[in-house]
Design a protein around this ligand. Sequence first.
Ligand SMILES: [Zn+2]
Ligand SMILES: [Zn+2]
Length: 178
Amino acid sequence: MLQAAEFGQWQRQRSAPSAVLKIALRPPQKASKSTKTKKSARPLTMTEPKRGGCQCGQIKYELRREPLGLAVCHCKECQRQSGSAFSMSLAVPGGAFQLRSGVLKTFEVMCDSGRIKTCAFCPECGTRIYHETENGMSVKAGTLDDTSWLKPDSHYWTMRKQSWVVIPDGVSQFTDDG
Ligand SMILES: [Zn+2]
Ligand SMILES: [Zn+2]
């Protein structure tokens, strides 16, 4: 909280139009609240665009907007596609994904829901880069250059999960696609 003297000084320093002055004249507790908001609005995970690419290096991309969430899917299709135990899909807002080099190839599959899913991959090495449906785009999170900050917030198709995979407490789980 600002001391009264500091607060007055701060007001005097601002040769601001009335709208801003109105904010400045709010009681000190409001001022400290707005400081807090300003602090939390500074994203820890998106200080600069996140970059990623394929295994052979021809495809490079960046994410210019903060991701929406990270889902893990244990379904058989995701196991087959990744050649691994599960897939990680990082939901991103429209316009976030920007291709920096290379040309992606795409094909379409029909999901169980009946939606058409467009799958984009590197035509040289086959690395899957993103999936897109009418609901939005998800980037295959393992293709990011830095994966150290990734933390899944939900797990799907746990009925197909490999038995050794342990899901941490407090993370949303769905036996199927939710
Ligand atoms: Zn490649
Ligand atoms: Zn899946």
